[in-house]
Design a protein around this ligand. Structure first.
Ligand SMILES: [Zn+2]
Length: 122
């Protein structure tokens, strides 16, 4: 997974937890984490992320069986090749969401596992 995508997922989770009020005792830690990630990510990525967040509940989604986890459109061969190549951040050609290869033991699957939501603060 591209480091930008990994950070976007972390940012999305941190801000998601904050928005849902799941982290009342570590609100400040999550807010700080989100702030740091926003500083580390390139400005144009943050701009695209914020734009996507207005339109979609999940701006960063996994790809399952060559299908976008957001809009469920099948990804083209070139899009899958770019995703596998992992040299840059990938977007769904249909909905524009940030996409990453889901499944296995990647960061996102791990971060969304039950009971692991506090790991994001570490
Ligand atoms: Zn899509």
């Amino acid at each position: 997974m591209h480091w930008t995508t990994a950070k976007l997922i972390a940012l999305d989770r941190a801000e998601g937890f904050l928005a849902q009020g799941w982290v009342e005792h570590s609100q400040a830690a999550f807010a700080e984490k989100a702030k740091v990630l926003r500083r580390e990510l390139p400005p144009h990525i943050i701009a695209a992320y914020d734009q996507l967040k207005i339109a979609h509940k999940e701006p960063v989604v996994g790809v399952f069986q060559e299908t976008c986890g957001g809009c469920h459109a099948p990804l083209s061969k070139p899009a899958m090749a770019r995703l596998n190549d992992d040299k840059e951040v990938s977007h769904c050609e249909q909905c524009g969401r940030f996409i990453y290869l889901a499944g296995g033991h990647d960061l996102a699957a791990h971060a969304s596992a039950p009971g692991s939501r506090n790991e994001i603060t570490s």
